[in-house]
Design a protein around this ligand. Structure first.
Ligand code: UT7
Length: 315
């Protein structure tokens, strides 16, 4: 765990700046040698313990920080979870990665290609942070969360009712890691693989797109805004989440916010927030949930579901 005070002792920043601008008090970073697959396996194990499924047919891992450039990390995760030779692949959609994974699960199940799909969001995002960059290091953190989707009826608790996804590559420069990519390498450049973010422009785009896609997705399933119990959005910034709630006409309390404890964990952020909402007793069976995200790419989207009846194994 890295507190704001610890960062303020190393960077030109302060607890006051980080807390008021982002809502973040602390974030977690992996121990030396620990990587994304280790976090993903742990999250996957806990999801299996909590889920009412006999087999898992696919593993979809959303991550910005795969263990290696090649191969994908998901096959190793599936193998370490003891899932045999199931298809397993990574998705690279950064902070929207979990929603992209959810859409894959939905497509595989509704297309009768799978009965149950594990979607994991896992990040060792700290490995992309320039230790000297005060504009990124206080924001991002490491973590993992996993959700298992299974075939079922749309009137059951736990039904995933709609997912909408988008991208706009013209905004690719908002948030990027250039070093380590093929474009830099083919040009003979060996830049460090650090993330850079145009924070203010991203902030504006994030609210605009998440508001639009959330309203459209709610409309698609016939839910009025005031029927929504929880807004479980990508935890990029507490101010974004509160402003989004306000734009949508939702009370602040509807926003499930755990950014204070974990920072922005990119693809892991929505499943971690779901887990937080359940552990703190806010999210319960049958509650109506909308999950919007916006991130690098640019990519964005929203999903709506009702919360299932889960047996809960101890973490
Ligand atoms: O997860 C993917 C999507 N990501 C997002 O949605 C992130 C969206 N953006 C944000 O959350 C916010 O833009 C940030 C938290 C990244 C930045 O907050 P901001 O209120 O937009 O600050 P800013 O970038 O406009 O910077 C304001 C000032 C600047 O100083 P001047 O030019 O006003 O003198 C920065 O240099 O704050 C300065 N600053 C800092 N000061 C202390 C920037 N970072 C820091 C820092 N500590 N860590």
């Amino acid at each position: 765990m890295v507190s704001n005070a610890m960062l303020a002792s190393q960077l030109d920043t302060s607890d006051e700046w980080i807390t008021t601008r982002t809502g973040i008090s602390q974030r977690h970073v992996v121990d030396p040698g620990t990587s994304t697959s280790d976090l993903a396996v742990e999250a996957g194990r806990r999801a299996i313990d909590n889920a009412d499924v006999e087999t898992i047919d696919y593993v979809v891992l959303a991550t910005t920080t795969p263990d290696r450039i090649c191969p994908a990390t998901a096959p190793e995760v599936a193998s370490r979870l003891g899932l045999g030779h199931v298809p397993a692949f990574d998705i690279s959609a950064v902070c929207s990665g979990f929603l992209y994974g959810v859409q894959m699960a939905r497509a595989l199940i509704s297309g009768n290609l799978a009965r149950a799909v594990m979607v994991i969001g896992a990040e060792s995002f700290s490995t992309l942070l320039d230790p000297c960059d005060r504009t990124t290091r206080p924001i991002f953190g490491d973590g993992a969360g996993a959700v298992i989707f299974r075939a079922g009826r749309s009137d059951e608790c736990g039904a995933l009712l709609a997912v909408n996804l988008h991208s706009d590559g013209a905004l690719a420069d908002l948030i990027a890691v250039d070093g380590g990519g093929a474009r830099a390498r083919s040009a003979g450049r060996h830049d460090p693989a650090y993330i850079r973010m145009r924070g203010r422009s991203t902030f504006i785009q994030a609210i605009k797109h998440m508001e639009e896609v959330t309203l459209r997705t709610l409309d698609e399933v016939g839910w009025k805004v005031d029927e929504v119990d929880h807004l479980v959005g990508h935890q990029a910034n507490q101010r974004i989440l509160l402003s989004l709630a306000k734009h949508l006409g939702l009370p602040e309390e509807a926003a499930v916010i755990n950014i204070r404890e974990v920072g922005n964990t990119a693809a892991a952020s929505i499943p971690l927030a779901l887990d937080y909402g359940v552990r703190t007793g806010r999210i319960a069976r049958g509650h109506k949930i909308v999950m919007p995200a916006f991130g690098a790419g640019a990519t964005w989207g929203a999903a709506v579901l009702t919360w299932p009846d889960l047996k809960r194994a101890e973490a």
